[in-house]
Structures are given as structure tokens and as C-alpha cells.
Design a protein around this ligand. Sequence first.
Ligand SMILES: [Zn+2]
Length: 233
Amino acid sequence: MSQAATLYQLQTLDSEIDSIRQRLAEIGQLLEQNEAVRAAQTALEQSEEEHRRWQTRLTDLELERAHLKEETAAAEKRLYSGKITNPRELADLQGKVRELNQRYEDLEEPLIEAMLYVEESSQAMAEAEAALERVRAEQASATTALSDEQARLSDRLKELEAQVEQIRAQIEAEHLARYDKLRQRLKGGIAVVAVRNNGCGVCGVQLTSRLVQQIRHGQVLTCPTCGRILYIP
Ligand SMILES: [Zn+2]
């Protein structure tokens, strides 16, 4: 095999290695991220907090009503005990009972509101829990698929690296040095390019027939425009 052909083979292997490394980096990031799970968790925490708030409000209102009821009962007991004879004092006590009853009634509306919100927030909480479970299951299956792909690609990478080592041993140091320099410098790491219709396969420039002939005869030459090593399959 000519040096150009061997260089082209090396390029093919290195390009596959590049894309595998890129994909492995992506997989690594995807496995670390669980944005969707975090978002669902936050949503659940918020709905739990909302539910707790309404539950507390409801309990407070119920306690307040119970307390008012007790106070009213005590005031009424005194009022009808026959022990109070002073008309002024009786009138005051009657006023107090009325006021307590009014306060009790005034709590009716907020109490109904709190009951409604307790129910509503409890439903929202159940929905958020179900959503979190769903997202977790999705994440788990995605993780399995990604881990499988990661293992497969890592195996392939090892194979390719071993092949690269063998191929590099067959290339002259001078060509190898040029190849490595070009790989570093050029976009996409493409240092060797196939000639297509007598033109450079990357930049497209037309090559002189003399240059094409030289390449055909196995010389390692570069594209006059983009500088890549040319190869004719
Ligand atoms: Zn070119």
C-alpha cells in the first residue's frame, strides 16, 4: 500500500475516533444531567408546601371556631344562670354573646375557602407525584440506553486505537509529522482528503493533471489551496 493510501486509512480511523470521543462526551453529560427530574421534584415540593399552608390555615380556623363556640357557651351559661341581676351587666353580656356569634359566622366563608384549597392542593400534589414518577421512569430507561451505547463505543474506541497504532507504524516519520500537524490545525481534524473528479474533496479546487499524475504514482502531495494531503482511491 502506498504511503498516501496508508495515510488515508489512518485518517479514516482517526475520524471515527473523533466522532466516538465526541459522542462519549455527550453521553457523559447526558448521564449527569437530570434536569427533568429536578424540575418535577421542585414542582412536587411546591405543591406540598401549598398544601401544607392551606392545611394549617384550615386547622387554625377550626380551632378558632371551636374556641368561639366554647366562649359563647360560657357566656350564655352565665347569662341564663340567674346570678346576674344588674340590667347593665345583663345587656353587656347579651352584647358579648351576639358579638361572639357574629365572629363565629364570619369565619364560615374563610373556612369553606380553606377546605376547597386543601382539596385542590391535595389533588395538585397527587398529580405532581405522578409526574415525578413518570419522569424518573423515563430517565431510568434513557440511562440504560445511554450506558449501553457508552459501553459499545468504548469497546470500539479500544479497537480503533489499536488499529491506529499499527497503521502509524507503517507511515514514514516525515509524513506522520505533517499529518499530525494538519490534524491539529484544520477544522474537523481532516488532514487527508480523497481527490474527486480531479478536485480536492474538501475545498473543491481543481488540481492540475500533473499533480494528479504524481499522486497516482504514489507521491505524498498536498492540496495547493487548503494544504490537505491528497489521495486518489
Ligand atoms: Zn483542498
